[in-house]
Each structure stands twice: as C-alpha cells, then as structure tokens.
Design a protein around this ligand. Structure first.
Ligand SMILES: NCc1[nH]cc(CCC(=O)O)c1CC(=O)O
Length: 309
C-alpha cells in the first residue's frame, strides 16, 4: 500500500472545496483512496484579522501557516489560491502543480443595481481589495468604499444585509462554491484586469519529498502554469508585497501568450499598463516575458506610484 499524504488547507468553504477537489483529482489519477489524502484544516493569520489586508504586512497572510506546516511535516501538500501566494517563497518548498484555471474575471454583485454602470453617484462599494478599489476609482472617482471582509459567503450575506450597494468577487470562487447565481454582472477584463493568478489553484510540496512531487505533478496544467508564471513574474518585478494595486492576465491565442498588466495608484489617479504577446512554451520564457513587462511598467510608473508605506 502507498503511503498517505496529508492535505493542508484553510477552513473557509472555498479553501475546503479546493482541498477536496485536489483530493478527488488525486484519487482519480492515482487509484488511491480518499482516506490516503486526509484533509487537515489550519488557521492562517489572514483568517483572524480585520481591516485592510495590506495593512497587516500583506505578504503570505493566507499561506504562511500552511507553508510552516509543510516544512515541519505536519502536512504534505498545501492547497492555495495562487492569487494569495507571495511571489517569494520558502527555499525548501515549491509549487508542484497548478490546476487548470477557472474563469479569471471579477464579478459585480449588487442587490440594488443591475450593472456596474448603473451605480449612482457616490454609491458605496464594499471591498478589502486595494486593486479593485483603485481600478474602480480610476473609472468612477465618485464611488465610496467600505471594507467588506470575510469569506465569500460572509460577504454575500453582508451585501444582502444592505451594508453596501455592491461588491466585487472573483468569478472563480463563486463558480466553485456554486454561487454563480449571485453574480449580477461579469466584468470584462478590459474594464477590470484581474489580480495576478486569479482563478488558479496551486499545490505546494516539499522539494525533498520526491514521492509527493511525483504524485502531484500529473495534476499540473501547462497552459495555466505558464500564464501564472508570467503574471507572477510581472508582480514580482513590480512589488514583492501586496500593498500596491497590481493586475495582470495572460491568455492564450494558440501557442502565443497574450499578456496585459498594470499598476494603479491607490486612489486611481494614475495608471500604467503594458501589453505584449509572444509565442512561448517554457516556464523560463514565461517568467522572463512577464518580468520584462513588469520592469518596463515599473520604469514608466516610477515616482508616480506610491510603492509602499
Ligand atoms: N483573497 C481572497 C481570495 N483568494 C482567491 C479568491 C477567489 C478564487 C480565486 O481567485 O482563485 C478570493 C476571493 C475573491 O477575490 O473573490
């Protein structure tokens, strides 16, 4: 009999869904049984705090404890939303597989208005995301913001309670939680470019754990891996933390990667973007491509953007 591998995850419904998705895929691929992939819930600092994520150091809030548990061997696999994974990680760990990406777009959700364009002057939007806030401010300087924190279900409940006029959530999470019917309007990526890696799930392992690596590797989706590599390289070139509003999306046109990335001032008053396309097939090419585009944006944005404070 094969050994068992413990899957570590946060306890939110979305995190749990993702952990059990990985368990199911592993069972399908390996012929092993679900109990050989027990799921262990860990609380992360991101699950405890209130307020703006960026005000708490940002980096790794939802992943740090999972990575520590991986290092100590308490768990063998960590399942992450790649959007929440810092671009600089632990040396002894690696993202071994990235699952096929779900819809990367953002969804506008409101009980009062049918479209984003219908929001009246001075409407109150609930979001803890500095990227969505900056992008929306650039489009609509009149909009007011309120922090809306908590997991997807909590936020939807608060919206129903009328604490704000609208919110934005990733389509991916809503689809996975079968809450797609909550979507009021899907926002095209030309209007709101998603966070780097939005919609992608990654599985992290210890580099030294070659048996886990061998089991996980077949779950990797190459097209998604290359896209996420480029988007995260763009992010890394611009900012190691998550305190600057940065967006990036790579999509495929056949063998050609079509990339767009941007950095926005927190108040939406300045915006620097870059787009390019290139046929590529290796992670090194994807990384270089995204990194170069990020460096160019950083150069252009320079003093116009408040990088960190
Ligand atoms: N930071 C929270 C977070 N991390 C990943 C997702 C959505 C799922 C995904 O992008 O894969 C969300 C919630 C949201 O932004 O709506």
């Amino acid at each position: 009999m094969q050994q068992s591998l413990t899957i570590g995850t946060r306890g939110s419904p979305l995190a749990l869904y993702q952990a059990y998705l990985v368990q199911r895929l592993l069972v399908e691929k390996t012929g092993m049984t679900p109990d050989q992939f027990p799921v262990k819930i860990l609380k992360t600092s991101g699950d405890r705090l209130k307020g703006h994520l960026s005000a708490f150091g940002g980096k790794g809030l939802f992943t740090k404890e999972l990575e520590e548990a991986l290092v100590t061997g308490e768990i063998d696999l960590a399942v992450h939303s790649m959007k929440d994974v810092p671009t600089v990680g632990q040396d002894s760990l690696e993202i071994t597989a990235i699952l096929e990406r779900e819809d990367p777009r953002d969804a506008f959700i409101s009980k009062k208005y049918e479209r984003l364009a219908d929001l009246p002057k001075g409407a109150l939007v609930g979001t803890a995301s500095i990227r969505r806030r900056a992008q929306l401010s650039a489009m609509r300087p009149d909009i007011k913001f309120d922090l809306l924190r908590g997991n997807v279900g909590t936020r939807l409940q608060k919206l129903s309670d009328g604490v704000c006029d609208a919110t934005f959530l990733a389509c991916a999470g809503l689809k996975r939680l079968e809450q797609e019917h909550e979507i009021t309007e899907i926002i095209d990526t030309d209007r709101m470019l998603p966070a780097p890696a939005q919609g992608a799930i990654g599985i992290e392992t210890r580099k030294a754990d070659t048996s886990a690596t061998a089991l996980i590797k077949p779950l990797n989706c190459k097209a998604t891996e290359l896209a996420i590599t480029a988007e995260r390289a763009f992010l890394r070139a611009l900012d190691g933390s998550c305190r600057t509003p940065i967006a990036a999306l790579a999509v495929w046109d056949g063998e050609t990667m079509v990339f767009k990335g941007e950095v926005i001032a927190k108040d939406g008053s300045a915006r620097f973007s870059n787009a390019d396309q290139m046929p590529l097939s290796s992670t090194i090419e994807a990384y270089d491509f995204g990194y170069r585009l990020g460096e160019a944006v950083k150069q252009a944005a320079g003093p116009h953007i408040d990088w960190d404070e």
